[in-house]
Design a protein around this ligand. Structure first.
Ligand SMILES: [Fe+2]
Length: 212
């Protein structure tokens, strides 16, 4: 009997390690200076307030816009289209409006003297980017369970161990050490901040990144 039980446990462990596949979180072969990122973030919040885009415990500051069009980053446009399953029916619904991500090609002049311009230039050489935003997730808060039209590039700037992103059934903390991640946001996902400080990430829409 005892032997049988331990066999069952062994089988479960093997099964679990097979399920945990982190391929929807891809660390990129590029890194930035975390001190400079944090300094640039402080410079920006001295001159600009977060847009809440109608979402609680969330904030966005856009670093790029449609050339010459400051309205392109206001209100709902700080958010963008997504799909969610909001109730017990499990039926998917569309929220917000579709944006032409590729049109967001102008780095906003107010932030040109910060390290983010250097980061943006380096990323633009490597990826076809849509909107680039600084996103705030407040303490003890979550997003909706949703999917987005394209993958996202993340550079954590301020985080804590309780900040976890969940894609499908896999959860991961991305440390604020200058690393760059591309996450498969075309699958259902969420992010929560279970800490007691704000979580700040640079998040860019990536238009030419394919997951297997
Ligand atoms: Fe998302």
């Amino acid at each position: 009997m005892i032997n049988q039980n331990s066999k069952i446990i062994d089988l479960n462990v093997k099964k679990e390690s097979k399920i945990l596949d982190f391929s929807d979180f891809q660390k990129q072969p590029i890194k930035f200076d975390i001190s400079k990122l944090q300094e640039a973030y402080q410079q920006i919040i001295n001159i600009k307030k977060f847009e809440d885009a109608g979402v609680t415990h969330f904030g966005a500051i856009s670093l790029t816009q449609i050339p010459g069009d400051p309205d392109s980053i206001k209100g709902n446009k700080a958010r963008g289209i997504f799909w969610t399953k909001p109730d017990k029916s499990g039926k998917e619904v569309t929220r917000d409006e579709s944006l032409d991500e590729s049109a967001y090609s102008e780095f906003i002049t107010d932030y040109k003297n910060t390290y983010f311009k250097e980061v943006y230039d380096a990323l633009s050489k490597k990826y076809k980017l849509g909107r680039v935003r600084i996103l705030l997730k407040e303490p003890r808060s979550t997003l909706s369970w949703h999917r987005d039209p394209e993958p996202r590039l993340h550079i954590p700037i301020i985080t804590n161990p309780g900040c976890i992103m969940v894609i499908d059934n896999v959860a991961k903390h991305m440390p604020a050490d200058g690393s760059v991640w591309v996450t498969n946001n075309t699958k259902y996902h969420n992010a929560f901040n279970g800490g007691e400080e704000n979580r700040i990430h640079l998040v860019a829409c990536v238009l030419d990144y394919k997951f297997n």
